[in-house]
Design a protein around this ligand. Structure first.
Ligand code: ATP
Ligand code: MG
Length: 352
C-alpha cells in the first residue's frame, strides 16, 4: 500500500516557539531524501497558542479537515502553554490525538556513545496507550464524613489494550532483539491492570496474528521496578508497552537517560494516520535565537517515515544524525556545542 503511493502528503504544523525553527529543518531533511520516498508535498497548517490569540481557537477546523482529507501524515512542532488557565484554550495536540484517533504514543530512546563500547547503549522504545487510563479526566470531588474526597476514574478497555498491544508486537517483531516488556501493576490493580496485561499477552493468539509474533519474547515488569531497572540497566529493555499514566512517566524517565530533550523524537500513531512530534516543548528561553537543536524533529520525521514503511529513507535520516552527533563537531549548545540550528541541519544535509 505504501509503495503504491504516488506522492507523500505531509502536513506541517510548526505551531509555537522553537517549533517554527525545527520543523522547517525536518522538512529540508525529508526533501534531501530524493527518491527514497515518493514526491513529498508539504501543506502548511496552523495551530497553537499564537493561532489562539489571533483567531480564538487553538486548533482550527480547517487544519483538522485538511489533515483528514489531504494528508498522509504530519509533523507537529511544539505549543507554548499559557502560564495561567485561559478560558477557551485547550491543547491542540490533545485535540488532534482525539480527532485523528492517534491512540499510540511511540518514543524511542537511543544513546549514541561518543566512543564505541564505552557505555552500555540505551536502545529502547516506549509504546504508550494514549486514549484512556486515568487521563479520561473523570474526576469528582465530594464531601464525606471527614471532609473533602476526590475520585478519578481509571478506564482500561479490551479494545484499546488490544490495539496498543498489536502495535507494540508489530514494533518488537521489526527489531533485532524482538523483546516486548509489558508494564503494569496488576499485583495491586488486578482488575484494570489485569485486563491490560491479559489483553496484551493474548495478542499473539488472535486469529489475525496468525503466527506472526512467534519470534517475539514476552516479558513483564511492575512499573515501579521497571523505572528502577531503567536507571540501573537500561540495556535490558527493547520495546516497553504501558497504559497511559505509566507510559507518560516512563517515557519522560527514559528521556532523562540520554541527555538533551533536543534529541528525542516521537510519533502519535493510529490505524490511518501518523504524526511526528519532537518530545521537547516550545523552549521559550531559546526561542528566536536560532540555536534550537533540530535533531529531535529530524528523528521524528524518520520515525514517521519508518511507521509508513519507508525504511530506507528513515534509516538514512537516522544514520546521518548519528554521524553528526558522533563526530561532535557541529552541535547546538544543549549538546555543549556552539553551532546553530542551520549549521546542524547543513551537516545532516551534507551527509545525506
Ligand atoms: P513548554 O512550556 O512549551 O513545554 P518548557 O519551558 O517546558 O516549554 P521545554 O521545551 O520542555 O521548555 O524545554 C526544557 C528545556 O530544554 C529548556 O531549557 C529548553 O531550552 C531546552 N530544550 C528543549 N528543546 C530543545 C531543543 N530542541 N534544543 C535545545 N534546547 C532545548
Ligand atoms: Mg515542557
Amino acid at each position: 500500500s505504501t509503495a503504491a503511493r504516488q506522492s507523500l502528503r505531509i502536513g506541517l504544523i510548526p505551531a509555537d516557539g522553537i517549533g517554527k525553527e525545527v520543523i522547517p529543518a525536518a522538512k529540508a531533511a525529508i526533501l534531501a531524501l530524493g527518491s527514497d520516498i515518493p514526491k513529498p508535498q508539504f501543506i502548511d497548517l496552523s495551530a497553537g497558542w499564537e493561532t489562539f490569540t489571533r483567531t480564538g481557537v487553538a486548533l482550527p477546523q480547517e487544519t483538522v479537515d485538511i489533515l483528514r482529507q489531504d494528508c498522509d501524515c504530519a509533523l507537529f512542532g511544539s505549543v507554548s502553554s499559557p502560564s495561567r488557565k485561559v478560558v477557551g484554550y485547550s491543547s491542540p495536540i490533545v485535540a488532534l490525538r482525539k480527532e485523528l484517533d492517534l491512540y499510540a504514543n511511540i518514543r524511542p530512546v537511543v544513546s549514541v556513545a561518543p566512543v564505541v563500547g564505552e557505555k552500555p547503549s540505551v536502545d529502547l522504545i516506549v509504546v504508550r496507550e494514549n486514549t484512556e487510563c486515568l487521563y479520561v479526566k473523570q474526576e469528582v470531588q465530594t464531601v464525606g464524613e471527614h471532609g473533602k474526597e476526590a475520585r478519578a476514574t481509571r478506564l482500561i478497555t479490551q479494545r484499546a489494550s488490544q490495539r496498543i498491544g498489536q502495535m507494540a508486537f508489530e514494533l518488537a517483531n521489526s527489531r533485532p532483539r524482538k523483546l516486548l516488556t509489558i508494564i503494569h501493576k496488576s499485583n495491586v490493580l488486578s482488575i484494570t491492570d489485569g485486563l491490560f496485561r491479559e489483553t496484551v499477552r493474548s495478542v499473539p493468539t488472535l486469529p489475525e496474528a496468525n503466527g506472526k509474533y512467534d519470534q517475539v519474547t514476552i516479558s513483564e515488569q511492575l512499573v515501579d521496578s521497571a523505572v528502577y531497572r531503567l536507571f540501573r540497566e537500561p540495556e535490558v529493555f527493547d520495546v516497553m508497552v504501558a497504559p497511559n499514566l505509566y507510559g507518560d512517566i516512563l517515557s519522560d524517565a527514559a528521556a532523562a537517560l540520554v541527555g538533551s530533550l533536543g534529541l528525542i523524537p516521537s510519533i502519535n500513531a493510529g490505524d490511518s494516520f501518523v504524526m511526528g512530534e519532537p518530545v521537547h516543548g516550545s523552549a521559550p528561553d531559546i526561542e528566536g535565537k536560532g540555536i534550537a537543536n533540530p535533531i529531535a524533529s529530524i528523528r521524528s520525521a524518520a520515525l514517521m517515515l519508518r511507521h509508513l514503511g519507508y525504511t530506507k529513507g528513515a534509516d538514512r535520516l537516522d544514520t546521518a544524525v548519528d554521524q553528526v552527533i558522533r563526530e561532535g563537531k557541529v552541535l547546538t549548545p544543549d549538546l555543549k556545542g556552539t553551532s546553530t540550528t542551520n549549521e546542524v541541519l547543513e551537516a545532516v544535509l551534507r551527509i545525506l
